[in-house]
Design a protein around this ligand. Structure first.
Ligand code: NAD
Ligand code: DEZ
Length: 374
C-alpha cells in the first residue's frame, strides 16, 4: 500500500512508516503520474483533487488536513468511488484567535469600545460560532446569519443577511466556498452586497477569497461604503490583487488557521481517518513535538486598565496580527513561502495567566477563552 503526503503537513512523519510505503511531496508536485499507483493521499488546500489528477489512479481515499475542502471535486470523487474526509473544526480556535486579535487591534487604532459595536457573523459553523463566543465575551452585539442552519433549526437567533447589512459595524465572513446552489457563496460580497450596506462597516474575510468579488470590494473601499477591510483569504492566491492589498487595514497570507495546535489536530484527524479506512491500527498515534510558546506565562497587572485593555493584553500576548501584516507587506511575492515558513503560533490554551488587580469576572472570561489560570 502507498500513501502520498503533502510535505508541508507538520508532525506526520513517522505515523505511517513501517506500515505502508510513504512518499512526501510538495502539494503542487502531486501529479497524475505520482498518484497513479497510490492508494491514498493526505493533502492540503494546495492540491486540486479532481478528475485531471485522479482519473485512472488507484486512489481510494483522500484525507485533507484542513477544514475547507473546496479543492476536492466531491462530485467526481463520488462518481469515481473515491472516499474523502476533511478535518472539521481542527483550526477553528486558531481563526477565533485571529479574529480576536484583529478586532482588538482595530479597536486600538480607531478608539473603539467594542462593547458599543455590533458584529454580523455570516456563517455560524465551527469557526463562526467560536467567533460569536469571543465577541459576546467582549460585550459586542452579535448578529448571526446562517440560512442552512436557520432552515434546519428554525428561525431562533438567526437573522437575514439584509439585517446584517443594515445593522452591523463589523461583518466577519465564515462561510464555505459554495459555487452553486441555494447557499452559493461565490462572490456573495458583490456590488449589490456593498451598495446595500447601511453603516459603512469594516469587513473581515478569513474564509475563502472567492467569497468576495475583488473589483467590488475595491470600489466599496474607495467610495467609503466600507470603512475598513481585514483580509486573510484572497481571490486567485497566491497572485493576489496588490491594489486591494494597499486598501486593506490588516492583510495576511491565508494564515488565520495556522496555529500549531490547529495543524497538529488536522494531522491527527487525517491519520486517524486513513487508519480507519484501511484498518491500519494507528488510532493510538499522536503528533509529537508540537512547539511550546516562547513565553508561556502572561503577567497582567490590571491597575488602571479597562476590561477591553486587559483582554487585549492577554490576546495580543499570544498573537498580534500586526506582526503577520508587516511580514506580508514586506514581501507579497512570496505568498506561499510565507505560509510554509510561518512562525510558531500557539492558541490560548497553551498560555498560563498570572493576574493582579484583575476582577474575577474578567479572569473568568479569559478562562472561557481558553487561557489557563495561574
Ligand atoms: N483562513 C483560514 O486559515 C481558515 C481556517 C479555517 C477555516 N477557513 C474557512 O472558513 C470557512 C468556515 O469554516 P468552518 O469550519 O466554520 O466551516 P463549517 O462548515 O463548520 O461552517 C460553515 C457554516 O456556514 C454556513 N453557510 C453555508 N452557506 C452559507 C451562506 N450562503 N450564508 C451563510 N451561511 C452559510 C453553514 O451552514 C455552516 O454553518 C470555510 O470556508 C473554511 O474553509 C479558513
Ligand atoms: O481550510 C482550512 O483549514 C484553512 O484554510 C487552512 O488554513 C488551509 O491550510 P493549508 O491548506 O494551507 O495547509
Amino acid at each position: 500500500m502507498k500513501i502520498i503526503i503533502d510535505d508541508k503537513i507538520p508532525y506526520i512523519q513517522g505515523a505511517f512508516e513501517g506500515v505502508v510505503e510513504v512518499i512526501y511531496l510538495p502539494g503542487n508536485k502531486t501529479t497524475p503520474e505520482i498518484v497513479k499507483d497510490a492508494d491514498a493521499i493526505v493533502t492540503r488546500t494546495r492540491t486540486i483533487c479532481n478528475e485531471q489528477l485522479l482519473a485512472g489512479s488507484a486512489v481510494k481515499f483522500i484525507a485533507t488536513a484542513t477544514i475547507g475542502y473546496d479543492h476536492i471535486d466531491t462530485d467526481y470523487c463520488e462518481a469515481a468511488g473515491i472516499q474523502w474526509t476533511n478535518a472539521p473544526g481542527c483550526n477553528s480556535k486558531s481563526v477565533e484567535q485571529y479574529i480576536a486579535s484583529a478586532l482588538l487591534v482595530l479597536a486600538q487604532k480607531n478608539n473603539w469600545i467594542l462593547a458599543e459595536k455590533c458584529i454580523g457573523i455570516v456563517g455560524v459553523g465551527n469557526v463562526g460560532s467560536k467567533v460569536a463566543t469571543v465577541c459576546k465575551l467582549l460585550g459586542m452585539k452579535v448578529l448571526l446569519n446562517d440560512p442552512p442552519r436557520e432552515r434546519a433549526e428554525g428561525k431562533g437567533h438567526f437573522v437575514s443577511l439584509q439585517h446584517v447589512l443594515d445593522e452591523a459595524d463589523i461583518i466577519s465572513l465564515h462561510v464555505p466556498l459554495n459555487m452553486t446552489g441555494e447557499d452559493a457563496t461565490f462572490h456573495l460580497c458583490d456590488r449589490t452586497f456593498f451598495t446595500s450596506l447601511k453603516r459603512k462597516p469594516v469587513l473581515i474575510n478569513s474564509c475563502r477569497g472567492e467569497v468576495i468579488d475583488t473589483t467590488s470590494v475595491k470600489e466599496a473601499l474607495q467610495s467609503g461604503a466600507l470603512s475598513g477591510f481585514v483580509c486573510d483569504c484572497w481571490e486567485n492566491e497566491p497572485d493576489i490583487d496588490l491594489e486591494l492589498l494597499a486598501l486593506t487595514d490588516l492583510a495576511t497570507p491565508h494564515i488565520a488557521g495556522y496555529s500549531r495546535d490547529g495543524k497538529a489536530t488536522g494531522t491527527l484527524m487525517s491519520v486517524q481517518a486513513i487508519s480507519n479506512f484501511f484498518s491500519l491500527g494507528l488510532n493510538n498515534w499522536r503528533p509529537l513535538g508540537v512547539e511550546l510558546p516562547v513565553h508561556p506565562v502572561i503577567e497582567i497587572d490590571g491597575t488602571g486598565l479597562t476590561e477591553q485593555d486587559i483582554i487585549a493584553k492577554a490576546v495580543l500576548s499570544t498573537y498580534d496580527i500586526r506582526d503577520d501584516d508587516r511580514r506580508f507587506r514586506a514581501d507579497t511575492t512570496e505568498f506561499e513561502m510565507q505560509r510554509g515558513d510561518y512562525p510558531v503560533r500557539r492558541e490560548f490554551t497553551a498560555y498560563t495567566l498570572h493576574t493582579v488587580n484583575v476582577p474575577e469576572a474578567i479572569t473568568e472570561k479569559l478562562k472561557q477563552l481558553g487561557f489557563m489560570p495561574g
